[in-house]
Ligand binder design. Structure first.
Ligand SMILES: [Fe+2]
Ligand SMILES: [Fe+2]
Length: 242
């Protein structure tokens, strides 16, 4: 048995996604529980899912989903963020990538809020704690908070972000603003949101995901392999034809 195969045997149990049916019913995105398990069953599956972003344009932006994720993580690293927040930055849009029909482009063009922040945080909860999943879960509502409280913020949003803002509820009312401020990871969510907003630079030098894997490994709730082994897993994924 190869190293990679033996690692796979020791990876955590499959994900359960009890909210799949609710997500499907509310937004029309096809995502069966079976496909979720195949996609997010392990660290290996998570990295494979992240790699799918390489071939996915970020609609309306000059970058792919992959470049957007890596640029967001690079900004977090540059800012000296914790391993948990760097990991959250890298994985913050993974909920987009698990949707079965990603070829349709950004769901906002179909008038759909895919609730990717909820889906991603829920699935990642099998591998990571709240310090990773909460900023991801809150990165959409953080946009609503900033639109409401930071003058000029809304004017700087990209076209897709403005379109999704309308679908996600628009500006907050005072009760929602107070409730957001009280969230335990609100500050991290706001930092993530600011990196997210600018990580769409089509002329930025390419990033290598290996740069962020030590942080991802350190952030795992229950590491079942060494960081070197995780790198080996990634290299095997990278060289597997899609
Ligand atoms: Fe997002
Ligand atoms: Fe994003």
């Amino acid at each position: 048995m190869s190293t990679v195969d033996s690692l796979r045997c020791h990876q955590p149990a499959m994900f359960r996604c009890d909210h799949d049916v609710v997500v499907n019913a509310s937004n029309g995105v096809s995502l069966s529980p079976g496909s979720v398990r195949r996609t997010f069953g392990s660290v290996r599956a998570l990295l494979s899912c992240l790699r799918r972003g390489r071939s996915l344009r970020y609609s309306g932006e000059p970058v792919t989903q992959w470049e957007h994720s890596l640029q967001t993580a690079a900004l977090a690293l540059q800012a000296g963020a914790s391993v948990h927040l760097v990991t959250a930055a890298l994985l913050h849009d993974i909920g987009h990538l698990v949707a079965a029909d990603t070829a349709m482009g950004t769901p906002t063009l179909q008038g759909i809020d895919d609730r990717h922040e909820q889906r991603g945080a829920h699935l990642l909860g099998e591998l990571f704690g709240e310090a990773v999943t909460a900023p991801i879960r809150l990165h959409v509502v953080a946009k609503r908070f900033l639109v409401t409280t930071a003058p000029g913020y809304g004017d700087r949003l990209s076209e897709d972000s403005r379109r999704s803002l309308a679908l996600q509820g628009g500006p907050m009312n005072p009760t929602e603003v107070d409730a957001f401020r009280k969230q335990r990871h609100a500050e991290d969510a706001l930092r993530l949101r600011c990196w997210d907003d600018i990580a769409k630079d089509g002329s930025a030098p390419p990033q290598r995901v290996e740069r962020f894997l030590p942080a991802l490994h350190a952030a795992l709730r229950d590491p079942v392999m060494s960081c070197d082994d995780l790198m080996t897993v990634w290299r095997s994924i990278e060289t597997t034809p899609t």
